[in-house]
Design a protein around this ligand. Sequence first.
Ligand code: BF8
Length: 629
Amino acid sequence: MSYKTDYADLSIVTDTQLMLEKAAGDQVETVWDRFQAQQPHCGFCEMGLSCRICIMGPCRIDPFGEGPQKGVCGADAEIMVARNLGRMIAAGAASHSDHGRDLVEVLAKVAQGKAPGYSIKEPEKLKAVAAEYGIDSEGKDDLAIAGELADAMFEDYGSRKKSIALISRAPQQRQELWDKLGITPRGIDRETSEMMHRTHMGVDNDWVSILLHGMRNALSDGWGGSMIATEVSDILFGIPQPATSTVNLGVLKDDQVNIIVHGHNPVVSETIVAATQSPEMLRLAEEAGAKGINLAGVCCTGNELMMRHGMPMAGNHLSTELTLVTGAVEMMIVDYQCIMPAISDAAACYHTKMISTSDKAKFPGMEHHEFHPENAQEKANDLVRLAVENFANRDQNKVYIPVEPQEVVCGMSIEAIIGALGGSAGPLIDAIKAGKIRGAVGIVGCNNPRIKQDHGHVELTNRLIANDILVVDTGCVSVAHARAGLKTAEALAKAGPGLQEVCGALGIPPVLHLGSCVDNVRILVLLSALANTLGCDISDLPVAGSAPEWYSEKAATIGCYFVASGVFTHLGPMPPVTGSMKIVELLTAGLEDVVGATFAVEPDPEKAAEIISAHIEKKREALGLDSRA
Ligand code: BF8
């Protein structure tokens, strides 16, 4: 069924190339087949010039000026592009922030003693975050503090505050700038809801005004919903610490029960970890003829488990179907986000049981086992038992595990990075000032079949580290870098002399794993700490963000909160904005005078590395540091 035999054109990843060949032989359709079937994509949609917000339409605007220049309501290109981008940001913010809310609900249930299987793993962090919300922990037990913190966080989602709590972590001048621009996020749900309102026909028809609110909406995610998701995950499940693990399809075991967790929220997968380690389940697995139970992750749920438990990662976004094509997976358990609705079609060609767990994320071809804080522990045991029973249905003739696993250093939370630096950001700042490290780049986001899988990430990173630029990663990029061996001590050989010296002395690789996509907020926290220590704003730092293979609305939101926070941000694929050159100009140049940072779009990673390096040198010069500009 696969349309192309030269799989090296689709991915730089050896296991992907080999599995695509097996998929073709097994008649399994993949995301690349469906991508090909969609060609050519709609040019109006690619430019942001189509609108289906109301049913006077759908409408489109002719980019060549010959056909209609306005929708039925009168929306011109600027309004149409801005409305579409605004709704994209709202969807991304809603996704991350609803994930955060689910964690706060677990925190509240833990406080009430109604969530067996969950507990407060980090009481010190609980107290520290509670203090940021103005909660006095004196004389209170952990559960009482957890209850008050959950209530305070729920308030951040509402309409009663002038600003959300955790923006106080941003440098003072950044907070003042947001106030001046009128983009300080007031409530997490409020900003998303307001974006949907503003972009209804006949509300906000000033494209600048829509896009400014887009930044406020994105900030409500970055300094709100996503930040809450990360902090509560740390409180409930532990602050990640450096560990070694393994990555790629080689992490699957042909003689064990293989369970894959997929999605984003660790609420379900954490209970699965515990269940797979229980003596009862291990005994059942042995009775079924398996040598053990092997739990591995894909996408951001995988990142959450890798960060906190050193669990192996089988792959990233474009590898999710191929994980099943190994024929070695007894069960895939999904929560939500980035789970392709077609994934069960791949599972149907093998014995894999597909399980959905969230009331808000149901899929064709999956058995639904709904998890709640009250029943999660019990449900996790039920599912692992079902997976073990399914081992008997595996057809070993269909099993193909194509490669050996690659080692990776993971678990670099901010706390862990500061620990590796000896207790403060001082040594990192000294290395930047001395020019041994020129700057740092957060490379984040997805895979997208528009770009050869992992090529955008790995090529860019190779060039940056060779140029003495430290790289931190999250999301699907973290798997790309890990698969390419960039998160090992050996990868230092690829780094420039300064980066090699500093990372070598600290015993860390040149590329650091910061976690899942909500964990991009760890980058915001680190940048705030650096800016506060240097007495400058985030926009003054020699740093950048990059999403070389992004696909998701969530990634669009992340890009917007990076830029609104003052971080110059590179994108590989072009967002759907080229229908309005005024908006392209604003995003790639005009925003510099507004928030001190812009976007740059460049699909070629070699050129992107040059753009990013030049930006970093320019910032060094402005700070009075030595510059290669
Ligand atoms: O939140 S990097 S493909 S898995 S959207 Fe999705 Fe993109 Fe992967 Fe994680 Ni993030």
